[in-house]
Design a protein around this ligand. Structure first.
Ligand SMILES: Nc1ncnc2c1ncn2[C@@H]1O[C@H](COP(=O)(O)OP(=O)(O)OP(=O)(O)O)[C@@H](O)[C@H]1O
Length: 606
């Protein structure tokens, strides 16, 4: 049976069964909250002095919040009912001062706490980003980009929000609760008992509501995530949507998701809207009870009118921190869980270079593979690369051939030390690759990929990405050599044209030319090229060929070749099959062997 009835034609969202299930699952909880809190504390503790001031401010504001109502009671009993108007003005003056001072302390505590939390978050965020930069490619292989983005944004934001407000709120709520109870007990245990009778009702009412709202808010978040995912996909895949005339189907799908969001949003707001109303109702009941019981007690002389006023004020103050604590509980837990996920990434092992002896080594470019075997995942049945051995002299060009999935890209990735080999050795200039610091190796290696990645910055900066300290002249020179200068000149702002992310407004061929210019600026000893397969017009293709030939001159180059022309110009040809190097040698040697390369050659001529 559905739990929520159906006004306004909206379908019920939460059922009793859902709530039962949800109770079992519970919310996003950290597994080691003590460890996480200790680490957050270490970050916050860097600003210990400011933190102590904030805590003193919280103590001061909680005390002032207690003092205000107490003074009102005293003013009524000692001045108004006794008609002592002479000292009244002074007392009112002090009372005003107390409330002004209360506001000042509250403002200052949140001002300084926001400072502390922003500084803490800044360090956490920078630490996380810094760490991400040092993680091996294999780490990124295993994770979805969206998930990592969520760590960088949502989880960090969650921790930030909690530090901003929850820290002060939890501390001041506890102080207010304890302080109010103590003072109330001192004034009248009986009225205190009457005031506290409201607490269990409040607890059960809040539990009833939050059980439903937390489920609904989670549903709403999921619906928002689904909808955003779909919007992102539809916008980035707009060409495909249009090409396959899928607009109406996308619209239908969108309507379903959007409708789901409308319904969950409706119920989430309806239920959360109950909270202040129920609290208000219970407050008023408490107020009435205290006023009625207090009136009777006052009639018999057990309490004064001033004390009743103090009690009614305290009764009101009492419910707020209770409510705050209940609200903060889940927020704090989910922030700790978020922080735990952030710390889990920070604890991931980075790429460490054991040896730094060859830090300034200048590569010549002799490359040797000695019986190399490599596997991306240890649980896979057979290795991706098996017993591969070859030698390429400095300055030579080696063409890699083979069907899709044969392992050509993997050879390149191993050469850039994106992954470590499982067996065998890779030597560069006779130095084992793991004795060359990655930075030294990669700064002298350039990749030119089929679909080069361009950043959302100017053309000039995109080229300079290969060597950050390159002068404008060097960039210009590289662009000219890469045959890119002509088209760059025609862009709206020439070299200062800002490209959209991934160079959406320039052609595939032009992207290639830019990436060749980028490689030329870097002046690498080792070149790793993946020739474009996409059809590029003959003029651009010739330009690319010419630029590549210039780029390859005097450098050791590995080319995943898709054109016969490229293969024929190579000094060595490697044929890969199922992760093995099945043929290797010069053109002539392989033709003579009449093996796979020979067959490929004949097939391409047909
Ligand atoms: N990051 C990775 N994690 C796990 N397996 C991978 C990874 N990258 C590639 N592989 C697998 O390794 C094998 C070799 O892939 P590789 O990309 O080296 O082939 P390729 O010869 O370059 O193919 P293509 O010409 O299609 O690019 C494939 O079976 C592929 O699925």
């Amino acid at each position: 049976m559905n739990f929520i009835r159906k006004p306004f034609g909206y379908e019920p969202i939460v059922t009793k069964e859902d709530l039962k299930k949800d109770n079992k699952k519970k919310i996003d909880k950290p597994s080691d909250w003590k460890g996480v809190l200790t680490r957050i504390w270490k970050l916050v503790d860097e600003q210990r002095f400011l933190l102590i001031i904030v805590l003193l401010m919280v103590v001061a504001s909680s005390a002032l919040a207690l003092l205000g109502p107490y003074m009102i009671g005293v003013i009524i009993d000692e001045y108004i009912t006794k008609a002592k108007f002479a000292g009244l003005a002074k007392m009112i003056g002090i009372l005003v001062f107390v409330y002004v001072f209360l506001s000042v302390t509250m403002y200052l505590q949140s001002y300084w706490m926001i400072g502390i939390s922003q500084q803490t978050i800044y360090r956490l965020r920078t630490g996380l980003f810094n760490h991400l930069q040092k993680l091996p490619i294999s780490f990124f292989d295993k994770r979805q980009h969206g998930e990592l983005m969520s760590r960088m944004t949502n989880d960090i934001e969650n921790v930030s929000q909690t530090l901003n407000s929850s820290f002060i709120q939890v501390f001041s709520s506890i102080l207010t609760l304890v302080g109010t109870t103590v003072v109330m007990l001192m004034l009248s245990p009986l009225l205190t008992f009457i005031t506290l009778t409201i607490v269990p009702f409040m607890y059960f009412a809040m539990r009833w509501i939050t059980k439903r709202t937390s489920k609904l808010f989670k549903e709403q978040q999921k619906a928002v995530g689904d909808l955003n995912g779909m919007i992102e996909e539809t916008i980035s895949g707009q060409r495909i949507v249009k090409a396959f005339s899928q607009e109406s189907r996308m619209l239908e799908e969108f309507s379903v998701k959007s409708d789901r969001l409308k319904k969950t949003g409706f119920w989430a707001l309806i239920y959360s809207g109950f909270i202040p109303k129920v609290m208000n109702l219970l407050n008023n009941v408490s107020f009435t009870l205290v006023a009625a019981a207090g009136g009777i007690l006052a009639f018999y002389g057990y309490v004064s009118i001033g004390e009743i006023v103090i009690f009614t004020e305290y009764a009101r103050q009492f419910t707020r921190p209770l409510n705050d604590l209940a609200n903060q509980f889940n927020t704090v837990l989910s922030a700790i869980a978020g922080a735990e996920r952030v710390f889990a990434i920070i604890d991931e092992k980075t790429e460490v270079d054991a040896a730094m002896d060859n830090k300034n080594y200048k590569l010549k470019g002799n490359v040797t593979f000695e019986n190399v075997t490599f596997q991306y995942n240890q649980d896979e049945e057979s290795p991706t690369i098996q017993h591969v051995s070859f030698h390429v002299e400095a300055g030579q060009t080696a063409a890699l051939l083979g069907a899709t999935g044969a392992g050509k890209t993997t050879i390149m990735q191993l050469l850039a030390r994106f992954y470590e080999v499982n067996e065998g050795k890779i030597l560069i200039d006779n130095i084992p690759i793991d004795k060359l610091p990655r930075q030294t190796l990669r700064s002298q290696t350039a990749f030119v990929l089929q679909d080069p990645f361009l950043f959302e910055m100017t053309v000039r900066e995109n080229i300079r990405y290969g060597k950050l300290n390159a002068t404008d002249e060097e960039v210009l020179e590289a662009a000219k050599e890469a045959n890119a200068h002509e088209f760059i000149k025609k862009l709206p702002n020439g070299y200062d044209t800002v490209l959209t992310a991934d160079g959406g407004e320039i052609s595939q061929g032009q992207k290639q030319l830019l990436s060749i210019a980028r490689a030329l600026v870097a002046d690498p000893a080792l070149l790793l090229l993946d020739e474009a397969t996409s059809s590029i017009d003959t003029v651009t293709e010739l330009k690319i060929q010419e630029a590549l030939e210039r780029l390859m001159q005097g450098r050791t180059s590995f080319v995943i070749a898709h054109r016969l022309n490229t293969v024929q110009k190579a000094d060595l040809v490697f044929v890969m099959e199922g992760g093995e190097l099945v043929e290797s040698g010069s053109q002539e040697e392989l033709v003579k062997q009449k093996g796979r390369y020979y067959n490929m050659l004949n097939n391409s001529k047909k």
